[in-house]
Design a protein around this ligand. Structure first.
Ligand code: DX5
Ligand code: ZN
Length: 216
């Protein structure tokens, strides 16, 4: 199964954003993960459009934008316009997931939907055919540097089974507490894309950590 790494710039040094993005560009990472937080859907605020545009200017790799914002439908078109290749919104953040999916499609970006650790995987069944990717949160969204929740492994397996039945091309992305220590278990459970913030950017050799995760 396809394996990819998407380093999260949330853990980058924002005083040296260009340097850190270039490091990812030169590494084996497939994508660049961009965490947008609004202080309402999650108890933290990260950054928005100007930072996304700054990353877009230096990055050639696909930008994997993770919207941790309430009513994502209000801003999807702008995130696409400012450079998102993938737009992932939270099932819990909207009353109309199908409308969000439609807006992302219309914008030309690829569609991701995410669920928090306590949201049942089954709640994805009605819309799983409509999306390109599901992002399973393996920590409560809002902060980098948290501990991986081990029950996430069973949730990945459950989702992989559902995908085999309903959407065989589905990509499964996992986000939170991931490093070369647990990467292999995640891929074996059925994940395709691993997001990693602290483990990459706090590593002495980030490119080596990315390599280790990819080939775990
Ligand atoms: C958390 C974000 C993550 C975060 C992961 O809400 O969605 O993408 O950057 O950070 P680590 O890898 O440090 O757990
Ligand atoms: Zn994220």
């Amino acid at each position: 199964m396809e394996r990819m790494i998407s380093p999260s710039v949330l853990a980058a040094d924002f005083g040296h954003l260009e340097r850190d993005v270039k490091m990812v560009e030169q590494s084996e990472a497939a994508w660049i993960h961009v965490d947008v937080m609004d202080g309402v859907f999650v108890p933290n605020i990260s950054f928005g459009f100007p930072v996304l545009r700054a990353i877009r200017k230096v990055a050639a790799k696909p930008l994997d934008v993770h919207l941790m914002i309430t009513e994502p439908e209000r801003y999807i078109a702008r995130f696409a316009h400012d450079g998102a290749d993938w737009i992932t919104f939270h099932l819990e953040a909207t009353d109309d997931a199908l409308h969000c999916i439609h807006l992302i499609r219309e914008s030309g970006a690829k569609v991701g939907i995410s669920i928090k650790p306590k949201t049942p995987v089954e709640s994805l069944r009605p819309i799983i055919r409509e999306v390109d990717m599901v992002l399973i949160m393996s920590v409560e969204p809002g902060f980098g540097g948290q501990k991986f929740i081990p029950e996430s492994l069973d949730r990945i397996r459950e989702l992989r089974l559902m995908a085999e039945e309903l959407n065989p091309d589905l990509l499964i992305e996992v986000d939170g507490g991931i490093s070369s220590e647990n990467a292999r278990l995640l891929y074996e459970a059925g994940a395709n894309v691993l997001v990693a913030g602290s483990s990459v950017f706090k590593a002495e050799d980030p490119a080596a950590e990315i390599h280790a995760m990819l080939h775990a």
